[in-house]
Write a protein that binds this ligand. Structure first.
Ligand SMILES: Nc1ncnc2c1ncn2[C@@H]1O[C@H](COP(=O)(O)OP(=O)(O)O)[C@@H](O)[C@H]1O
Ligand SMILES: [Mg+2]
Length: 308
């Protein structure tokens, strides 16, 4: 399968800020979540992909074209929904969408027709003749999605698509994205700092932290890693017990008053926990597999990469 995106040792800095640090990544066709806390470098990476920024070093390809090659054909095949506003005041939604369609290389007539279609699709048909500066945040997000779709691109880069939306609007936006993803020819990269956005739309996720790729995994795989994590409650003096666990390589973290999350080192069975408790006169009152929360898995990845 041909890779949609291939990056090799990409670096980028804004002055002193190293925003992208040695990013190598190969993405095949499909829909991918780009997940990471604020400041991780997601937006910068998208701008590098689009050729808006030039890497300090490293190279890459997008849709078979060298990064930064300003080819018209590339503009035609990529749709971009930026995080910041890209709306031109004084224009109504139809004119704006059609205009951006033309900039992407569409003939005027076709751009106008498609503008009406995509505005209908994102639920803005009623307000399509209103000036865009009168739009609410939710409507602006929809309009930003519409302009990314107007030229029917093969690759859609969505940067924080639910940003600033209320819960109902967010749900609808995510439904739209899922619907778009069903189209076989459409590849999507969806960046978000919100795990639920990614979880509800993507099966594959690339996690970024501090300018680096911290993990590249399936959502299912991320959850599976958590199977070997347990929750325990200990009565009696747990001091010696926890010291023994730590010495044996267990990770333990107090989640709540007296409730600990423990993870055995590779190759150690959970039964060792009970032996250690007996030896140190601690009583385990509650023991169960930790709920596989993707949030925890995500936090683990972020914590694991924080030292870099
Ligand atoms: N125009 C800019 N000038 C200076 N620093 C910037 C600029 N844009 C982003 N940064 C910095 O680069 C890093 C990555 O930012 P960004 O790509 O926006 O991350 P994300 O989209 O994941 O929140 C952050 O440390 C951010 O403060
Ligand atoms: Mg961003």
């Amino acid at each position: 399968m041909e890779a949609i995106i291939r990056l090799e040792n990409l670096f980028f800095r804004y002055g002193d800020v190293e925003a992208i640090r040695d990013v190598s990544l190969t993405l095949p066709a499909g829909i991918f979540g780009l997940l990471g806390p604020n400041g991780a470098g997601k937006t910068t990476l998208m701008k590098l992909l689009l050729g808006f920024l030039q890497p300090a070093s490293g190279r890459g390809e997008i849709m078979g074209q060298e990064l930064g090659a300003k080819k018209k054909s590339l503009r035609r095949s990529i749709g971009y929904m930026p995080e910041s506003d890209c709306l031109i005041p004084g224009l109504d939604a139809v004119s704006l969408t059609a205009y951006l369609g033309e900039l992407s290389g569409m003939p005027r007539q076709e751009a106008m027709k498609r503008a009406h279609d995509v505005l209908y699709y994102v639920g803005l048909e009623e307000s399509r003749y209103r000036q865009v500066e009168t739009y609410s945040t939710g409507m602006k997000q929809r309009l930003k999605l519409a302009q990314a779709l107007v030229h029917d691109p093969n690759l859609l880069l969505l940067d924080e698509p639910t940003s600033g939306m209320d819960p109902a609007g967010r749900k609808e936006m995510l439904e739209l994205i899922r619907d778009i993803a069903k189209k076989e020819s459409m590849n999507i990269i969806l960046s978000s700092h919100l795990l639920p956005d990614i979880e509800s739309t993507c099966r594959q996720v690339v996690i970024m932290n501090r300018g680096r790729i911290a993990a590249e995994e399936s959502i299912a795989g991320l959850k599976k890693d958590r199977r070997n994590v347990f929750e325990i409650r200990v009565v009696g003096d747990g001091g010696g017990f926890f010291a023994a666990l730590a010495a044996a390589g267990w990770q333990a973290e107090e989640k709540d008053q007296g409730l600990f999350q423990v993870k055995p080192p590779e190759g150690t069975e959970p039964a060792a926990l009970f032996r250690a408790a007996r030896e140190h006169s601690a009583q385990i009152r509650h023991f169960r597999q930790s709920r596989t929360s993707l949030e925890d898995a995500f936090m683990d990845v972020i914590r694991g990469s924080d030292g870099n």
